[in-house]
Every structure is written in C-alpha cells, then in structure tokens.
Design a protein around this ligand. Structure first.
Ligand code: F0G
Length: 364
C-alpha cells in the first residue's frame, strides 16, 4: 500500500524545492474529500468537504508550513517567527521542532482558543501575547524579521502559498477534474490565494523550475466563493476594519495581507467574497457536526454558512459539484459545540445497571 509522504514529496514537480533540500514534513496533506449528504440534499448539488482538520496539527496551515520551514532550514535560519490567531502558531511550533529551530509566536490579546494555545505550549514555542489584534501582531512580526535574525513563516512568505496550493491538486486528483464551485473562509486571505493558484496551474501547461512542461490535469477552474465573518469583513467593506470582532477567532482579521490576490481570485474566477454573520457561522458549524458527521472549529464553517445563505436566498447553484474547504478541527475550539448543544451537552446520569441505562435510552 502507498503511504502518503507529505505534500512536498507528493507534488515535488510542482513546488519550488531543490533536490538537495532537507525536507521538513510531518506527513501533511492527503486529507479526505468527504461527501456531504445533507448539504447535497438540501441544496440539490454534489457537495464535498475538504477536511483540513485531518492535517498533523489539525488545520490547513500545515501544507504551507512544510514549505516555509523547509525554506527556513535550507536558508540557514536558526529561528522562525509568526503572527497568528492560533492555527499558524500551532503549526509553526510543531514544524519548528522537527526542523530543530526555535519558534516565536505572536498572538493577539486573549482571543486565541485553548486548543491552539496548548499546541504552541506543548511544542515549546516562545509565546508572546501582543497587546493588540492579529493585524498588529503581523505588523510586528514582519518588522521583527526585517530587523532581526528571524525567518517569517506567515503566508506573506511565498513558500506558504506554494504549499497551500496543493489543496487544489488533491481535490482535482480525487474528483478527476476541478469542481464547479470552491467555497472557503477568508481571513488573512492566503488560502483563497493559494487554492486559486493551484487550480490555475492544474488547468494549464505548467513549466516547473526544472524547465519541464507538465500537461494540464484539469479541464477547467472553479468559481471561487470566499466568506468573511461579518464583524471582520474588510474585503466586503472595501476598507480595513480597525477593530474586527467575531466569535470565529481564527478569521478575526481587519487588514488581510493577501487582499489583492483574494480579489483577483474572486474576479478571475467570476466568484464573490461576502460576509456571513456569527449566527450563520454557528448554525453551519452545528449543521456540519450534527448532520454531516464532520466536526470543525467555528471559522471553518464560514464556507458552509455561505452556501446555506445563498441557498435560502435562491442564489445558490443547483446540479453542480461544490467543494467546501473546512479549514480546522473542531477540537481546536470545542466550547462552541457544548454551547450550541443546549441540554444535549449534559450527560444523563444513571447507576451502573443495565435496566437504568436501557431506561435512559428509551429501550424496551
Ligand atoms: N480557517 C481557519 C481555521 C484559520 O485558522 C484561518 C486563518 C482561516 C480559516 C483563514 O485563512 O487567513 O488564509 O484566509 N488563520 C490564521 C492563523 C490567520 O493565524 O492561524 P486565510
């Protein structure tokens, strides 16, 4: 049987890596594309979820981090830094350990989930809580890397985008062609940038860095639909949001680094970038866990929230193949599952005899 070797080795002919490079990998990528029966039935489409929570640190960030950390090691770096709402820091902390580098993470004041923070702690990152939001953290991280001997592993590093574009390759390899639509959350806008690059590269002849021309794999590119949280929707508003607010802390970002690239993905694909409210995000979050069997963190549900919103407005497609990237694992931020479950969150307590358990279950 074939064992998945991580995105660099699987897609080496399409990534800017030298043969002589030491590859830093935790076996990321190769995540399942899961058919979503309830969303498909509800909307009249073939809907699939790209379940990125199955990556080694539980989010899509690992696809970019294997590339960024490989670049860091091969450039002789000794230390890396990132700003993060939590998932990037968890990923950077883990990959830095394999690379033998020290890692500093800048996180916003008080708005990072316990699951993510515990990962950075477990992997021994130096955690700096900055008195500000993600945008402030990224600003400081950039300046730090420009003025001190630390290597920046945020998605402003082009290696990150290169790694993350493999998500599209996997979708096409699985489905046999590109889907009609691709939906995903938008925060700092690196992932929509990366997916669009991947789809474009897979649908045309691609000249790689060895000078080989690779034949197209897909016959088309999808329409890209991106969704920001309503309280943190600068691309929708057309200007930066100074104080972004949303329960979806992963995408609580007011001035995305890849803003222009995200707009290019939207416009070149004939797509859209819109806002979904926190209530719509939480409804989709619960839909995914209670109806599809897929547990994600709140921000990860923004794409599904967008599809449901369009379906109800009568503006969703029908009869199409739709892929939704669900970006991070539900265990990252489990409190929302408990909060959303109401009485269902409290276990029924009984004694240790079969009849009591059968009674509690309504069995006769
Ligand atoms: N979903 C999750 C779970 C995320 O963690 C992020 C970004 C996004 C979606 C948005 O992706 O930024 O590429 O548009 N999290 C970053 C972090 C900001 O620091 O972990 P994007």
């Amino acid at each position: 049987a074939h064992q998945w070797r991580g995105v660099i080795r699987e897609y080496i002919d399409r990534l800017p890596v030298e043969d002589s490079d030491t590859i830093v990998t935790l076996g990321e990528g190769g995540t399942p594309l899961v058919f979503a029966p309830a969303l498909s039935a509800e909307t009249g489409n073939q809907v699939y979820l790209k379940v990125e929570g199955m990556n080694p640190t539980g989010s899509f960030k690992d696809r970019g981090m294997t590339m960024a950390m490989t670049a860091a090691v091969n450039s002789g770096a000794k230390a890396v830094v990132c700003a993060s709402t939590g998932n990037t820091s968890a990923s950077a902390a883990a990959y830095a350990k394999q690379a033998g580098l020290t890692c500093a993470v800048l996180v916003p004041d008080g708005k990072i989930s316990m699951g993510k923070l515990s990962q950075a702690v477990a992997h021994g990152a130096k955690i700096i809580q900055v008195d500000g939001n993600f945008d402030n953290c990224l600003d400081v991280a950039r300046k730090l890397s420009e003025n001190y001997p630390v290597f920046l592993v945020n998605s402003v590093n082009p290696a990150r985008i290169e790694g993350q574009k493999t998500g599209s390759f996997e979708v096409v390899d699985f489905l046999g062609d590109a889907p009609d639509y691709h939906l995903l959350p938008v925060g700092n806008a690196g992932n929509i940038t990366a997916y669009w690059r991947g789809y474009k590269e897979y649908s045309t002849e691609f000249v790689n860095q060895q000078g080989q021309t690779l034949a197209p794999v897909a016959t088309k590119t999808p329409i890209m639909w991106g969704f920001q949280a309503a309280g943190a929707a600068p691309i929708v508003a057309g200007h930066p949001v100074l104080e972004p607010e949303t329960i979806a802390t992963a995408i609580r970002i007011g001035n995305p680094a890849s803003w222009q690239q995200a707009e290019a993905a939207r416009d070149e694909s004939g797509g859209l970038i819109e806002a979904v409210s926190d209530d719509e995000i939480l409804e989709a979050h619960r839909w995914l866990s209670s109806r599809e069997g897929v547990f994600v963190e709140p921000a990860s549900a923004a794409g599904a929230a967008g599809l449901l919103k369009h379906h109800r407005a009568g503006t969703a497609p029908t009869g199409k193949t739709i892929v939704i990237t669900v970006t991070g694992h539900g265990l990252k931020d489990p409190e929302w599952a408990i909060k959303g479950a109401g009485e269902g969150a409290t276990p029924v307590q009984v004694g240790f005899d079969v009849v009591s358990v059968a009674d509690a279950l309504g069995l006769k």
